[in-house]
Design a protein around this ligand. Structure first.
Ligand SMILES: [Zn+2]
Length: 164
């Protein structure tokens, strides 16, 4: 095969990769979504963070110590996340699980990540990937609950302090 052919082939492949990357970035729709996204513009107390993700207390918690671990970059689903960000986000999930067990005496935990079609609480939907860390207790019947608890600001501040 003449040299020219292989160069043309690699040029074509590079163009194809560029087009695919552009398509992928377009599918993410970050610019407009990020402007109005509460997780891209967080104003809540950050309990812990690393280079790629941060942790806050859920604004509408199921139980005390219900945390959210959120990648700093705007992604709508796990499928869009690069491995480095995903691993760093999960490292923070692990860190906070440990703190909940050691500092709040939590005896069990559920990790949840909802992707839009599965959510029925549409008024709470934030289209920015986040992982729920939900402390569990024996017979808590968590999944039979309809209403979230009302957590006073003072109590929330105390929990955040203990986990910081
Ligand atoms: Zn966002």
């Amino acid at each position: 095969m003449p040299k020219g052919c292989s160069r043309n082939l690699s040029d074509t492949m590079a163009k194809k990769e560029k087009a695919t990357a552009a398509k992928r970035n377009h599918a993410r729709i970050p610019a407009q979504a990020a402007q109005s996204c509460p997780f891209c513009n967080n104003t809540d107390v950050v309990i812990a963070s690393n280079r790629y993700a941060y942790v806050i207390h859920d604004k509408h918690p199921y139980v005390e110590g219900h945390l959210l671990v959120i990648p700093k970059k705007h992604f709508e689903s796990i499928m869009e996340m690069d491995t480095k960000t995903l691993c760093s986000t999960m490292a923070l999930v692990k860190k906070m699980e440990k703190r909940l067990v050691e500092r709040l005496g939590v005896s069990g935990i559920t990790i949840r990540q909802n992707w839009a079609p599965f959510l029925n609480e549409s008024h709470l939907v934030v289209r920015h990937v986040h992982f729920h860390i939900i402390p569990r207790a024996p017979n808590d019947n968590l999944y039979y609950k309809v209403n979230r608890i009302s957590l006073p600001d003072l109590r929330k501040e105390e929990l955040v302090k203990r986990l910081k």
